[in-house]
Ligand binder design. Sequence first.
Ligand code: KIV
Ligand code: ZN
Length: 502
Amino acid sequence: MRTIKIFDTTLRDGEQSPGASMNVGEKLQVAKQLARLGVDIIEAGFAIASPGDFEAIKRIGGEVEGPVICSLARAREEDIKRAWEALKDTQKRRIHTFHSTSDIHLKHQFRVSREEALKRSVEMVKLAKSFTEDVEFSPMDATRTEINYLCEVVEAVIAAGALTVNIPDTVGYSIPSEFGAMIKTIFEKVKNIDKAVIAVHCHNDLGLATSNSLAAVLNGAGQIECTINGIGERAGNCSMEEVVMALRTRRDIFNADTNIKTEEIMRSSRLVTKITGMYVQPNKAIVGANAFAHESGIHQDGLLKEKSTYEIIRPETIGLHKTKFVLGKHSGRHAFRTRLNELGYALNDDEVNSAFERFKRLADQKKEIYDEDLEILVTEEFTTVPEIYSLVDLNASAGIHLRPTAVIKLKVSEELIEKTEHGDGPVDAAFKAIASITGTKSKLLKYEVKAITGGTDALGEVVVSLEEDGKSVTGHGSDTDIIIASAKAYINALNKLAARKK
Ligand code: KIV
Ligand code: ZN
């Protein structure tokens, strides 16, 4: 049985999804969960891309134990040096450098010959290797690269010291039979192939990212690059939960498995959803809300008699348990902390105290607190930003014969400012009042409301995405009152924009 390495790129390629940008605290939180999940490598960012990426890589490298921490770098000296700067204090580190190899890219985008691309790739692998032993190289747009040239590049970068060579299907163009054959050819033609691990990085433009990655495993690939919930550039990347569960469920075919603790899959999916604000479609394999919901009477009948009739994966395997009432108004700090530990969250005393205060407030409004509610409380602990604006009071009114009105009082730095506005509904009125107090020039890209658990007293979670000067941020807010949750989410996004400007 082979062990396939899982290289998670949620924090790099995943973050390239429109609107999915994460701040340093949020990335750290996701990275900690990826470590609990058992991924082998975390691509924590692209060090030269922004100071935020640089800092995230550095902090993840310093605080997250277990996986190898990796930074992406173009095949350029300044990129590789910056990646090294971000990684140098990390124990287990990797530099991942890449250069396009397809004629389409070389001719139209980079205007360099195949020879120049090969020479630069080799030189940059050597440079990366002078900093750290663990170097990965990707010939970008590999699936549209002439196969003999591709093999030549793979062989040359392995000779230069690359321990992993990743074959990306950058534009999601390949199909499983073709991609599997390409990996097979690489194994047959590249003389020093035994000196490196062959990885694959598939995009989902034709909905084939998971199938292509699995075809590659059948032909010798030893590392899969993927993201939680399949987020990523355009149609996204290969989805971690799909590829891992396909390998686990069909070990008989693949004769391979991963180090993933599958019981952490659902929690990882919820965390990434919460932080990026990108909800998973209900019929999404493995983590969609309907993935284990059986509607047909015939199926339900079969399931009641014997689960295996219609269930190929037990929901518990991915950490999906029946929502159960866990805590309430009378629960103490000890029970609260114990439950958080059971859920896998190790908070320090200050974090427990602050989350417990919010738990008590929530318990006053909502009789029964579920695991999902606790996860929201804890995630909020990690997704807060310095508060330039904070909500002091909100009063909203609406009705069939009433003009929707909101009175909002915000604390802006140390000053209290109150405004009243009207709108198409109470949320619109509240947003107008907040916009008028803060003088924001941002554009609202997305507004979404979701109930976390069932019942009319459920915690409502609101996600707001804003854009200003071409940069987007996602704000979150939760409350049993969705107008308050909406105002909190809008203010959270405005605080993130303000933090980013600073
Ligand atoms: O899709 C791609 O080719 C990439 C590379 C940087 C590996 O993301
Ligand atoms: Zn990619």
